[in-house]
Design a protein. Structure first.
Length: 443
């Protein structure tokens, strides 16, 4: 499940950042860059970092500390960074002039002089996250401090690629209007979509039931609308990123987010990082060769995968009708009927739980995660996690914790915002003003 920069056509990692590598300051080192003697027989010289590079790295380090800890004083930043107070003061002055931090007030009520507190300037960057669903399109705008400026959800009515792109553009414009910003002020756009990017066709693939979304025209329309900052992220991977940033995934470094709803997919986080795989299809569990007893159209299996055809909402409906349920049948109605004691519906839910338990068991035997998080309309259905747990206990070699996602229907949008914030911060770091030879930053 590869996140693609739709403008550049290159993979962009969007998981949580690697832990910050803090450089030990060396106050006694000379300011000039000196060539070091090359290792014997190496044929190359090693060079110390230039002062301008050291200054830029110090600024990046302090920005990360403020971002992670919230408002900080200069003394606090010196303590947590290991940098000297004069170095911290110089770096803060530079990033304040660059418009990245601002004075957040003063700390009072402690011995000594009151200390100025610095915080990230929220309008240093804005992130737009959009979620393309079968039934709804959702979106939100957040600033670099993480504050949500606007959030909206609209029923999806699009029947073609062109109308679906127009629907997303209309939602983006609504969000910008509600946040009182222009679309040109958006620093980074991330769209959560079914499927993965296919670089050979320059298009999405494995998009399931989203008709026409695997055509090159879909990405072309999105690029034209949202510009070079656009990044496409697999929707379930985005939900896993949200779970890592905001949900149960904060507590562990190895977990699987399993989405069961109109589609089926998995986002896998190992060692704190989202796993994408060599071709971007890590987590495409829809194609696991697992099926139930209701049968399915062979064409649908090739298009959506065996497991998704059997265990998604449409598979639940098919199984319910095969079992004798009549009238307007939906997955929600099947689960409600099962909760009310309908034996036919209970049999369908039990078979669904067995399928999901087999799927999770396969994941356990390969990667052995600490935690399984269930999401999606079926995954979050009342009581379903307990039934899956009982089935899993019968077949799994070990039992991870099983939890239901508390993030709800905004999980994909929130994951897109998390991914977009990391990308926006990367851009901020890259464009930090560079000092002139006399050590003065351009204004």
């Amino acid at each position: 499940m590869t996140a693609m920069s739709a403008g550049a056509g290159a993979a962009v990692p969007t998981g949580p950042p690697e832990p910050e590598l803090e450089l030990e300051p060396a106050p006694a080192a000379p300011e000039s860059a000196l060539a070091l003697p090359p290792p014997e027989n190496s044929g190359a010289a090693l060079f110390a970092a230039r002062p301008s590079l050291i200054r830029a790295m110090n600024e990046q380090l302090l920005l990360e500390h403020i971002r992670q800890r919230g408002a900080c004083s200069r003394a606090e930043l010196a303590r947590v960074s290991g940098l000297s107070k004069p170095t911290v003061s110089l770096a803060l002055d530079n990033v304040e002039r660059a418009g990245l931090v601002r004075i957040a007030g003063q700390r009072t009520g402690v011995p000594g002089r009151s200390a100025r507190l610095y915080e990230i300037r929220p309008d240093a960057g804005l992130v737009l996250g959009l979620d393309i669903g079968h039934d709804y399109v959702r979106g939100a705008i957040a600033d670099l401090s993480g504050e949500i400026r606007a959030r909206e959800s609209l029923r999806a009515h699009a029947t073609s690629v062109r109308s679906r792109v127009a629907e997303l553009v209309g939602l983006a414009d609504m969000l910008c209007e509600n946040a009182s910003v222009s679309r040109s002020a958006i620093s980074q756009t991330v769209i959560g979509s079914p499927g993965v990017y296919d670089p050979r066709r320059n298009a999405m693939k494995l998009t399931g039931g989203l008709r026409g979304w695997d055509r090159p025209a879909a990405l072309a329309g999105l690029r034209e609308a949202f510009g070079p900052s656009l990044v496409m992220e697999n929707d379930v991977d985005a939900a896993a990123l949200a779970e890592r940033a905001l949900g149960h995934g904060r507590e562990v470094d190895n977990f699987a987010f399993v989405h069961i709803g109109t589609g089926i997919g998995m986002g896998l986080v190992l060692g704190g990082q989202l796993l994408r795989g060599a071709h971007g299809v890590a987590g495409e569990i829809a194609f696991m060769p697992l099926s139930g007893g209701a049968g399915a159209d062979e064409h649908e299996v090739r298009k959506r995968g065996t497991l998704e055809t059997a265990a998604s909402a449409s598979g639940v409906v098919r199984a319910a009708r095969h079992g004798g349920m009549r009238g307007p049948v939906s997955a929600r109605r099947v689960f409600a009927a099962a909760a009310a004691g309908d034996e036919r519906a209970m049999a369908v839910v039990a078979e669904e739980a067995r399928l999901i338990a087999k799927t999770i068991c396969a994941v356990i035997t390969v990667v052995d995660p600490d935690l399984i998080v269930l999401g999606g309309g079926i995954g979050r259905a009342p009581g379903f996690a307990e039934v899956v747990t009982r089935e899993l206990e019968r077949i799994a070699p070990v039992m991870p914790a099983i939890r239901v996602s508390a993030l709800g229907t905004d999980a994909v949008t929130d994951g897109c915002l998390a991914a977009g914030t990391e990308l926006a911060w990367g851009r901020v770091m890259i464009v930090l003003p560079t000092p002139s030879p006399d050590g003065v930053r351009p204004s």
